[in-house]
Design a protein. Structure first.
Length: 180
């Protein structure tokens, strides 16, 4: 069953939370551009079709199809996802994660916080962001340095809150496009 209005409200609420987080980090352009692909035809209608309200529609689509066409589209267009930062190692010929630039790593943190807040609403606790990272990090393709830095940022957020982690990002990470 299609839920276009509910899906629109969910993705818009999430996007606005990420925008506010990015703005607090000094990432104005990234905040404005965050997840615009979700409003495009392909991603939007797949999201409306598999809408759940408490989890990403990609989860339900995977259950039905064995993969998520919406996620495949989304991850290839949004640089704050670790899956975007995978390339062929010319020596081994294998796909491997490469370091994510700091500005996109910061946006990724803003995204994770907003997603946890959005899906958990009144039950939200900061620890949920770390719990999700720990649960997904074994299969998420992140370069070891990126993974270490992201975990450190999440732990800083859990311990000290948004104000401190966003202050750190604004001072140390927002202008760093490439770390390699």
């Amino acid at each position: 069953m299609l839920h276009p209005i509910k899906h629109f409200i969910t993705i818009t609420r999430h996007r606005h939370k990420v925008m506010r987080n990015c703005f607090r980090c000094g990432l104005y352009k990234q905040g404005l551009k965050h997840d615009l692909s979700k409003y495009g035809f392909k991603e939007f209608w797949l999201g409306a079709k598999y809408y759940m309200g408490t989890k990403s529609p990609h989860y339900k689509e995977r259950l039905e199809k064995g993969y998520s066409e919406g996620w495949m589209h989304h991850k290839g267009r949004n640089m704050h996802h670790g899956e975007y930062w995978v390339d062929v190692n010319l020596e081994s010929g294998m796909y491997e994660p490469v370091k994510m630039p700091d500005c996109y790593l910061a946006e990724s943190l803003c995204d994770r916080i907003a997603a946890s807040e959005n899906y958990n609403r009144k039950n939200f606790k900061r620890e949920m962001v770390l719990d999700y990272f720990n649960k997904s990090s074994s299969h998420e393709p992140l370069h070891p340095e990126t993974k270490t830095k992201l975990k450190w940022l999440i732990e800083l957020y859990v311990e000290k809150g948004k104000k401190e982690v966003f202050k750190y990002i604004k001072k140390n990470m927002r202008n760093k496009k490439a770390t390699y």
